[in-house]
Write a protein that binds this ligand. Structure first.
Ligand code: HOZ
Length: 425
């Protein structure tokens, strides 16, 4: 077969080796009828494919790279750590340093445990909530995605929604029977679930700003209402901050919204681009984790020296970054986008918060998964493909956020707006 690009050729080979040619489903680009770009390198806001094509990147590794690609401080920290050894399976000093940096920014995280991914963090936090409360059921929101742990694969967002996967083959029905579903931003539904399942709900897990059905911010009072219901019914509130932690503000969603959960899950940014997750929260609850308590969880590469070094360098650099200035830039960029689409007579809703945004091709507001799902997917596909041809890399799915970094420049925004201006629908 003759290929036009090296990416296509590699993808063809990859398809014989990996399911769908990828190691994570969304990046196969099936949701936007394209083949994936194979990326060779990234610097700042830009990436280069193996074909040598340059793109302004709005995926940013799906969130970890708030400082931009190959930030010098992170690269330096990684070099230094690699010289000393990749892994010891024993504690290292940077585990303590990173834990201190997280706790300083998020004082509600009195104790934490490092793991290797967001999925591991949410699975472990749920087990902890169940172990601590002695209850099995939990509430999750339709369209929220908490990684691929069995219990969470009910009405999940992200790749689940992108690929329209209807059920959860391989997950025993008994496991998801304990998963109760509510619509995001609908407190009445949550109250009803609590009333019907008195004393059997261990936790409510929520993305404090949902990022896996596209960006859907919480309505005023929603998170406060969840806190109040959890207190009333003796359940734990878990904020899944894998996307929002250190992104909505340096103190994450908690600092931004002023609502304190019992447990928090982190990932992405705290690894600075390396595979990391963490879960933590109130000391009394975390003391139930082994070896202090009976809730078991372990990992050979947990607290890995390279990942700790990259995470620590990232948080250290982020501490002096101007989050408000970045948010203002994203706001004015999104206004520009809105104006251009309006001039073209294309209905869009742009949900925006801090350095995250999603363009939904729809008339009405998007406050939950039902509304996100009613947006025009074909139009998103056409938008994605045209933007990619003009050198802008977007999420290959209408159910993800665009991620802006501190490395994005005014020129990047201007170039992107001019590509939008050229769009033909
Ligand atoms: N599902 C993740 C984004 N929300 C990761 C997608 C990927 O890396 O393919």
């Amino acid at each position: 077969m003759k290929f036009t690009t090296r990416s296509e050729q590699l993808f063809d080979e990859a398809c014989t080796l990996m399911p769908g040619g990828v190691n994570s489903p969304v990046r196969a680009c099936r949701g936007v009828a394209a083949y994936p770009l194979f990326i060779e390198k990234g610097k700042g806001s830009r990436i280069w494919s193996v074909d040598g094509d340059e793109y302004i990147d709005f995926v940013m590794s799906w969130g970890p790279l708030l400082l931009g690609h190959s930030h010098p401080a992170v690269t330096r920290a990684l070099h230094e750590a690699a010289e000393l050894g990749a892994s010891f399976g024993a504690p290292c000093e940077n585990e303590v340093n990173l834990a201190m940096a997280v706790r300083a920014a998020m004082p509600h995280i009195e104790m934490l445990r490092m793991v290797n991914s967001g999925t591991e963090a949410t699975m472990s936090a749920l087990r902890l909530a169940r172990g601590y409360t002695g209850r099995n059921k939990f509430i999750k929101f339709i369209g929220c995605y908490h990684g691929h742990g069995d219990a969470f694969l009910a009405a999940a967002g992200s790749g689940f929604a992108t690929l329209s996967i209807p059920g959860t083959p391989g997950v025993p029905p008994a496991v998801v029977e304990e998963t109760l579903l509510a619509q995001y931003n609908d407190l009445d539904m949550v109250r009803e679930l609590f009333e019907r399942n008195q004393e059997s709900i261990a936790a409510v897990i929520v993305e404090p700003a949902a990022g896996n059905m596209g960006l859907v911010p919480p309505e005023p009072g929603f998170l406060q209402g969840l806190r109040q219901l959890c207190d009333q019914f003796g359940a734990l509130l878990i904020f899944d901050e894998v996307i929002t932690g250190f992104r909505l503000s340096f103190g994450g969603a908690v600092a931004r919204f002023g609502v304190t959960p019992d447990l928090v899950t982190l990932g992405k940014i705290i690894g600075g681009g390396l595979p990391v997750g963490a879960y933590g929260g109130k000391r009394e609850i975390m003391e139930s984790v082994a070896p202090l308590g009976g809730v078991y969880q372990a990992g050979t590469l947990s607290g890995n020296p390279l990942a700790m070094a990259a995470g620590l360098a990232t948080l250290t650099a982020l501490k002096s970054c101007d989050y408000a200035a970045l948010e203002a830039k994203v706001e004015s960029f999104c206004c520009g986008l809105e104006n251009l689409f309006r001039e073209k007579g294309i209905a869009v809703q742009i949900n925006r918060m801090a350095s995250l945004f999603t363009i939904f091709f729809t008339e009405g507001p998007v406050r939950n998964f039902a509304e996100a799902g009613s947006a025009d997917r074909e139009r998103y596909t056409s938008y994605y493909q045209q933007m990619r041809r003009s050198g802008i890399n977007l999420a290959p799915s209408p159910f993800e956020c665009a991620m802006v970094s501190f490395a994005h420049t005014d020129e990047d925004f201007a170039e992107t707006l001019s590509s939008v201006e050229q769009l033909l629908f």
